[in-house]
Design a protein around this ligand. Sequence first.
Ligand SMILES: Nc1ncnc2c1ncn2[C@@H]1O[C@H](COP(=O)(O)OP(=O)(O)OP(=O)(O)O)[C@@H](O)[C@H]1O
Ligand SMILES: [Mg+2]
Length: 250
Amino acid sequence: MSVQQDVRPSLQTEGLSKAFGGVQAVNGATVTFHEGKVNALIGPNGSGKSTFFNIVTGMIAPDSGTVRFRGQDITRRAPHRICAAGIGRSFQLCRTFPRMTVLENLLVAVRPSGLGQLVGSSRNRRQVERARELLRRVGIDHLEGSLAQDISYGQQKLLELAGVLMGEPDTILLDEPAGGVNPALIGRIGTLVKELNAEGRTFIIVEHNMDMVMSLSDHIVVFDRGAPIAEGTPSEVQQDPRVLEAYLGV
Ligand SMILES: Nc1ncnc2c1ncn2[C@@H]1O[C@H](COP(=O)(O)OP(=O)(O)OP(=O)(O)O)[C@@H](O)[C@H]1O
Ligand SMILES: [Mg+2]
């Protein structure tokens, strides 16, 4: 049986485009990511990867094209509705609240107001428990009382990942999870991705660290100038001359 028969579509786009002034950031991108897999979206700087994430998560509207999630059209839906559909995401430049503690950062991830009340009330004790469990899971539970601004950048990335998990997404988009992170924490992030995927979560990861991409991914899509130029398994993509050309200009 061919591997392809096993593929179920997760996030799919068709003819997706977005220009900023004269810059065609995403250019008619037709892409399918696979449900239950670790997918990667790679490509040179400025090839439109973050813009693609911003469109599919509803942060910016496309000029044209469609986005479907498990077959359902989610084009131009508001971010909170896309989140409610089961898609969680992290940002290329980490988004944490620097003057809140690590634990508080997770609690605002689920409820944006009334923090003092939230921590104290028994109604929300479950959320606090869940936040602590996720901090243990990503390995920064010993930092729960520290201000986010006082922990390392890699630890902030782990905090952001825990924040994404607070929303219980079954599909997780990570924009450069290893960017600016030391090798030991990169290893931990990779292990977490593998574990969470084994539990059934789908990943779509934008990343420049090729060791991480090649060791983690089941399926890789390569972007150049706003559209896919190649896709396949890590070994297929590594041998593709179009990919070498896009990266090295050879
Ligand atoms: N808000 C914006 N306004 C104007 N131009 C933008 C905006 N966002 C992105 N661009 C431009 O669109 C193009 C694609 O940018 P994007 O950030 O999506 O690339 P990327 O693949 O994520 O790059 P990198 O790997 O460096 O993060 C770039 O030329 C960028 O300068
Ligand atoms: Mg980017």
